[in-house]
Design a protein around this ligand. Structure first.
Ligand code: SF4
Length: 237
């Protein structure tokens, strides 16, 4: 594959940044602000689909394969509220079972840096994602060109075009929310989702600009590295 240039990547950032900032300026309501993150999900899916059509986009990822669901999953506040809303629509028994798994997970995951986080995602049920349609950006963009590396818990080779374009687009999303004073930093999905389910008022507080979830233990390092925040990326990136 030819080397990607800035011109290949920058439009993904700029278009999404414009979409988010304009959208939030024109529709200042909480439900809109939460659902706006779906534009980033749709764009990620489109980038993945386009790359998969290329010879170098023949991923080893298959339905039922869930090796990558033991990485630390990171998600932005609107992604967390989106999943919480989806779970609240589920039958009471299912919501109760999910909440119980989240509680157990939250105790084990608290304070873990990515290199020490080797816990199955509490939303993984029978090797399938129980919130597949609403899964966050980090899960949507993950790809592996060698499942044997995943099995061995080694960093798998990945498609660079997908990673760079998706990261640029997602950074445009993050910056767009921040520009409109909506906190938009990544949080550990399991712990934050439990809080969102237990306190429905968090969404309104976030919409008023409050930082409602705990920062990741390594957040300072992520910011000071001054590199694109690859939300949900495996530890080697
Ligand atoms: S949210 Fe779904 S896809 Fe993402 S890690 Fe959890 S189970 Fe896997």
């Amino acid at each position: 594959m030819a080397q990607l240039t800035l011109q290949d990547i920058k439009p993904h950032h700029d278009n999404q940044f414009t979409l988010v900032t304009r959208g939030l300026a024109q529709n200042r309501n909480r439900v809109f602000a939460v659902n706006l993150v779906k534009t980033a999900h749709d764009k990620t899916d489109a980038i993945v689909a386009a790359v998969r059509k290329k010879p170098e986009g023949q991923f080893d990822c298959k339905p039922g394969c869930s090796y990558c669901c033991s990485y630390r999953v990171e998600a932005l506040p609107p992604e967390i509220f989106l999943i919480a809303a989806e779970l609240r629509k589920r039958p009471a028994a299912e919501l109760e079972a999910t909440t119980a798994r989240l509680r157990e997970h939250a105790v084990r995951a608290k304070g873990l840096r990515p290199e020490h986080h080797n816990l199955p995602c509490p939303l993984l049920v029978d090797s399938k994602c129980s919130v597949y349609e609403s899964r966050p950006f980090g899960c949507r963009r993950l790809n592996s060109l060698d499942v044997e590396a995943c099995k061995a818990e080694l960093p798998p080779p990945e498609n660079e075009e997908l990673n760079l374009k998706a990261a640029a687009m997602f950074n445009g999303t993050v910056e767009g929310y921040l520009k409109r004073q909506l906190p938009s930093y990544p949080h550990e999905l399991g712990q934050a989702l439990l809080e969102a389910l237990e306190d429905p008022g968090l969404e309104e507080r976030w919409f008023k600009g409050e930082q409602v979830f705990d920062f990741l233990p390594d957040m300072d390092e992520m910011l000071s590295a001054n590199t694109p925040i690859l939300v949900g990326a495996p530890p080697h990136l």
